[in-house]
Every structure is written in structure tokens, then in C-alpha cells.
Design a protein. Sequence first.
Length: 292
Amino acid sequence: MSRGAIRPLLALTRPFTLLAPFVGFLSAAVMAKHSLPPVPAYVGAVAAMLLNAASNGLNQIFDIAIDRINKPNRPLPSGEMTIRQAGVAVVLLYSASILLAAFVNLTFLVIVVFTALITYAYSAPPLRTKRICWLANLTIAVPRGLLLIVAGWASIADVKATEPWFIGVVFGLFVFGAASTKDFADMKGDRAQGCMTLPIVLGVRRAAWVVAMSLVVPFLLIPVGVATGALSGNHLALVIVSALLMAWGAYAGYLLLRRPQELATERNHPSWKHMYLILLFAQVGIATAYLL
């Protein structure tokens, strides 16, 4: 593949967004085993990363009209890549993810196939849940928050216990609110194409409050899990990680609420970087508590 073909492919898959599924998957495997994960977990982590890349590409295919307004430099609206080329890449990425999942175990394979269907429902007709405010956030939070943790756990351990689901809910709630951050600067194109995102429905200020709360409230569940025995990691470490996450989340929330109107005009608002780093820190921090 030529260098000229690689650049639009990378832009289609958005490599920076693939770090969280890879790290999150391995972190969940660490939580399940209380030690560094075996080889199948690394295979599963690559499958999770490819699945995320496939969903990124699929979303750009069906969002091409929106991207012509909001992100005209992306490979499809700019003409660097055709829809057919993007479609082939997406099919190959989904297929590779499912194939790798089949080498791990049946439970993980089922989760990957189900997750792939959710990502299709988010971007593509007839459901295209991206158009429907809270449902859009839910169909992002379930695969990228809840099921990512359960999938990582499932790669090496049974998921019939409540613990992986409890941890998955923490991450799911975080992603549920944080997912709307990308919608503020995209309001013009989303409104033109009938996508009723959170800031369009609630307004910028109220939507910013929802996002800000999601950066703090989910991590309150960690000490609850410690107190009830739902979490088996090192209790002191979990409480410390929870406190750090809530403090960091409160700061990122402050950045959001200080001048919320800037969210609708700045694509690189500083709070966005904080939210992604908070997610990564939560994944690694909680996993570390299970290693201790």
C-alpha cells in the first residue's frame, strides 16, 4: 500500500481513539486475573481496537453529509478516499475483529458480534440512533464503556459474576456523558442533517452540566463497590484512584462550565483532552489496584 493511500486510511480509522479500547481491554483482563494477562487477552485487545476502527470508518461513511459541513478535511468529504474504498476497509476491519475474537473464546466472540451490531445501529439506517439524543449516547456508552470491560474480562474469565458488570457500568456512565463532548462543535452539521444531539436538544449550557456531572458521579460507585464487597481489587488503592478521578473530573468539568459557549466554537477545547486522559487513567488506575 502506498504512503498516499495510508494517510486517508489512518484518518478514516482515527488512530488516537484506538488507544482507549486497547488499554481498556487489557486493563479488564488484569482485573479478572489479578496479574498480567496471558496471550489471548492481547489478541482480544487487538480485536477490540480493530472493531473500534471499523466503527469509526462506518460512522464517517454515513456522516459524509455532516462532515462536509463540520469536518470537510476528512478523507471522504475531501475526496481523498471514495465511499467504496472506505466500505472495503470497514468490512475488512470488522471481519478481522470477528476472526480474532473467534480465536479467543465463544463468549468474547458473541460480545464482539453484538457490539458490531450496536455500532452499525448507531451510524446506519434504519435505526441510526445517532439522530436521537439520549439513545445516541447509550449506543456509544454500551460498547465503548460497559462491554469493553466485560469483553476484556471474558477473554480469560467467566463473566457470570457481577464484578465485571459493575466495573463496566462505571465506565459506561462516564462514556454516556463524555460522548457528547464531540457534539458541541458539530452542532451546525448535525442540525442540518436532523441529528438531535444533546447540546441541540438541551442547549449548550445545560448539556455542559450533564457532561460535567458524568466526569465525577460514575467514580462515586467505586467506593460503593469497595464498601459492599462488589470489587475485589486492593480496597485502599481503589479508593485513592476514585478520589483522584473525581478531582480530575471536577477540574475538567470546571473547564467545561467556565465558558460553555466556547464548546460550540472550539474543536480543541482543553477539557476534551482531559476527558480522554481521565478515561485512560481510570482504566490503568483500577487495573493497578487489582495488581496490588
